[in-house]
Write a protein that binds this ligand. Structure first.
Ligand code: HEM
Length: 186
């Protein structure tokens, strides 16, 4: 559709200078993790009676991962990519690679949380209820078979995070150094 906007211009004839789609994915992920990683997983350990027992167990780690990477990590990456799209020549933008990195980072962190940090945190909390605060943090528990098995599961998410997310993103940024827009010819 050709919307007239006056002065002989139409929206169709205005060439968009930015390609925001991938940046928006990171911003949407911030909203998701703000509710889920910070809000839900923060709230369930916030109540004093729960916090009294769970303090510094893996339920805290679970919340910290969801909130720190989910909110702070995604906003940092979104901000960085927002700047990059103004600096890199459009033909050298790689939407597929950025999308792959986005999904790997976010699915990777979610798998780390759901396959290991959350279940192992609940297991530790049960150990606090049964045998006390000290026991849940003893080598018997944190080096025991349940912890070990779930830590292996966690490496599945960790590998997706690093190999599908972090490394491609670093490669993308470093490899675009020679593809920057010229100051005189934006
Ligand atoms: C973007 C927002 C947030 C970020 C980045 C964040 C990050 C963190 C981190 C890294 C820790 C671990 C600190 C440590 O181990 O010393 C933590 C602990 C904690 N957070 Fe958050 N958080 C956020 C929002 C929230 C919200 C909204 C709540 C509650 C509704 C909450 C409740 C808690 C509680 C209760 C602890 C202490 C757990 C314990 O006793 O071990 N957080 N947070």
């Amino acid at each position: 559709m050709n919307w007239p906007i006056g002065g002989g211009w139409s929206l169709e004839s205005v060439e968009p200078k930015t390609f925001m789609c991938e940046v928006w994915m990171f911003i949407l992920a911030v909203n998701f993790w703000n509710i889920f990683g910070a809000g839900v997983f923060g709230s369930i350990i916030n109540l004093p009676i729960i916090n009294y027992f769970e303090h510094a167990t893996y339920l805290t780690n679970n919340h910290a991962h969801g909130a720190m990477f989910g909110v702070k990590g995604n906003i940092a990456l979104g901000g960085m990519l927002f700047c990059c799209q103004h600096l890199i020549r459009r033909e050298f933008w790689n939407a597929r690679l950025i999308k792959m990195s986005f999904w790997s980072l976010n699915i990777g962190i979610a798998l780390m949380m759901f396959l290991d940090l959350f279940p192992v945190g609940v297991y530790q909390l049960m150990a606090v209820f049964d045998s006390g605060f000290w026991y849940a943090r003893s080598p018997e528990i944190v080096s025991g078979s349940v912890f070990k098995t779930l830590t292996y599961f966690r490496s599945l998410g960790g590998n997706i995070f690093v190999f599908g997310g972090v490394i491609p993103m670093i490669w993308f940024i470093l490899s675009r150094r020679s593809k920057l827009l010229s100051e005189n010819n934006p």
